[in-house]
Design a protein around this ligand. Structure first.
Ligand code: 13P
Length: 270
């Protein structure tokens, strides 16, 4: 299989009209923060147990098409001795890995380097405001990235923390306006981060976006980390007896987001 065919196959496996991405790629400091909130120590064993609990959730593949893993998860196994990326595959979930680890060669652009590059992001954001997507697609064009083989993971357009809460319809309209002005139709899927939204809020906003999508050419889906995992993490509390409850909490969020992809969610379904 050529690289182009392999990329197309991966996109086909990842993108459909119903499912989304589960982001479980928290770096060591972030997972430690999440575990602190439920008084669980961030040991390698606890991280392995929690992440295998998520991936072992029965029927997760009905709602989740792919997962973003953190580096160490690639070589960890579930209690039955199966590698966690294989556990994902066995549910028809494509496993991927977060790769931002310093500087390295940029594939397809000999001589160019790509960096993890979050340094100074806060300062740059002040300059970039609403220009981010233009810059991203300009850079992708310069580097010959094939748009048909990428997935865009943006934030929704949300009010700042100090501002009043915006209605889901307002968020949807603002988000769709920016995307329609900037994202080429060749991109197959836009998968939003939850980016600090609560689980229900993130589902409601995704629902509004899909209701108001009109003739938008891309799938409008999720790459939620916190908004999918938070209820599961809190149900788990680091205790084996809560394993099933944690899996049910994850499945519930995955299922409700699946409805939101079709604009068929309402808060009453919580
Ligand atoms: P959050 O949904 O927690 O913002 O993270 C999403 C993500 O895709 C991280 O890679």
């Amino acid at each position: 299989m050529s690289i182009k065919q392999a990329l197309q196959q991966t996109i086909n496996d990842m993108v459909d009209a119903h499912r989304g991405i589960l982001a479980m790629d928290e770096s060591a400091p972030t997972i430690e923060k999440r575990f602190d909130a439920i008084s669980v120590e961030s040991t390698e064993e606890n991280r392995r147990y929690y992440r295998s609990l998520l991936l072992d959730t029965k029927d997760l593949g009905d709602y989740i098409s792919s997962v973003i893993l953190f580096d160490e998860t690639l070589t960890q196994k579930n209690d039955a001795g199966k590698l966690l990326p294989e556990v994902a595959w066995s549910q028809k979930i494509v496993p991927g890995v977060k790769v931002d680890k310093g500087k390295g060669p940029l594939p397809g652009a000999p001589g160019d380097l790509i960096t993890s590059g979050l340094d100074g992001l806060a300062e740059r954001l002040a300059i970039y405001r609403e220009q981010v997507l233009h810059s991203v697609f300009h850079a992708l064009h310069l580097h010959n990235v094939r748009l048909e083989h990428m997935i865009l993971k943006p934030n929704m357009v949300l009010p700042g923390k100090e501002c009043r809460r915006a209605a889901p319809q307002e968020i949807a309209k603002a988000t769709l306006k920016v995307l329609k002005r900037t994202v080429p139709a060749a991109v197959p899927s836009v998968n939003f981060l939850s980016g600090g939204q609560g689980p229900e809020e993130a589902t409601e906003n995704l629902n509004s976006i899909n209701k108001l999508r009109g003739n938008a050419p891309w799938q409008l889906s999720i790459s939620y980390g916190r908004a999918l995992q938070q209820p599961a993490l809190h149900a788990w509390q680091g205790t084996i007896e809560n394993r099933e409850a944690a899996q049910q909490a994850l499945l519930k969020r995955a299922r409700l987001n699946n409805l939101a992809r079709r604009g068929e969610y309402s808060p009453g379904l919580e």
